[in-house]
Design a protein around this ligand. Structure first.
Ligand code: ADP
Ligand code: MG
Ligand code: MG
Length: 252
């Protein structure tokens, strides 16, 4: 699904990712943890193709294609979903229009017929229900005046509707309360189907009480320094990041 090899990347001339490797198979849920400043969000931004992030070395293979060469819109169309840490507002464009267009662009990519307005509405209503958003959210401007929790729910609704093949969620700094945490966990768990893969980025172990990851990676100083199963997250919760040593653990 996704194979990252020896990835080096910088932003504003600052070398942040320093030889990162990651191999994600279909259906797997990978949690990425690590101290503040480790490069977790940078990894998400690189994969999404955000401007200003420069890759100097390494490769990213997504379903047999060079992800780093793909246009940003193509990444989404080909099944990559990145739930942004701070979702953008698009005033004047309704959630409904925005999502219908996005969903149909993805369907076109997969060679499927576009959904009619009625078909889409039916799916959108179901998705609203699933993330506990009132139906009038479909008519509101994208993220316009949404509270933190509502943005989070909206993001999960987008994920459900888009049916991506690889979802990347960065929950590191989003200060999720227990309700929002449950929404995220339910969203991920309900979309796990043995084929779809997830990268869940999180600073704390708490979220992983609700999402059982197949693999846990500790990212520090721009690379994966330790990998394990779900028990590694529990270890980190107990011991913190002290095992990383002084240089990497100062903010843990
Ligand atoms: P994490 O998500 O693991 O907390 P980030 O990926 O946000 O870490 O940041 C990694 C490092 O890169 C940090 O030291 C951060 O200060 C630095 N960094 C991130 N964005 C920029 C930027 N635009 N300009 C300069 N430094 C940056
Ligand atoms: Mg951070
Ligand atoms: Mg971050």
């Amino acid at each position: 699904m996704l194979k990252i090899q020896n990835l080096h990347a910088s932003v504003e001339q600052k070398h942040i990712l320093k030889g990162l490797n990651l191999d994600i198979k279909p259906g797997e849920v990978h949690a990425i943890m690590g101290p503040n400043g480790a490069g977790k969000s940078t990894l998400g931004y690189i994969l999404s193709g955000r401007e200003g992030y420069e890759v100097s070395e390494g490769s990213v293979d997504f379903q047999g294609e060079d992800l780093l060469e793909m246009e940003i819109e193509d990444r989404a169309r080909k099944g990559l979903f990145l739930a942004f840490q701070y979702p953008v507002e698009i005033p004047g464009v309704s959630n409904m229009e925005f999502m219908k267009e996005s969903v149909n662009a993805m369907r076109e990519q997969r060679g499927e017929a576009p959904l009619s307005a009625a078909e889409f509405l039916k799916k959108a209503k179901e998705a609203c229900k699933q993330v506990q958003l009132p139906l009038d959210f479909l008519k509101r401007g994208v993220n316009e005046g949404f509270s933190g929790g509502e943005k989070k729910r909206n993001e999960l609704m987008q994920m459900i509707l888009l049916e991506p093949t690889l979802c990347i969620l960065d929950e590191s700094d989003s200060g999720l309360d227990i309700d929002a945490l449950q929404v995220v966990a339910n969203g991920v768990n309900s979309q796990r189907d043995g084929k779809r893969s997830f990268i869940v980025i999180t600073h704390y172990q708490r979220l992983l009480d609700y999402i059982e990851p197949d693999h846990v990676h500790i990212l520090a100083n721009g690379k994966v320094v330790k990998s394990g199963d779900a028990s590694l997250a529990k270890e980190v919760e107990k011991e913190g990041y002290a095992f990383l040593g002084q240089d990497n653990a100062e903010e843990a």
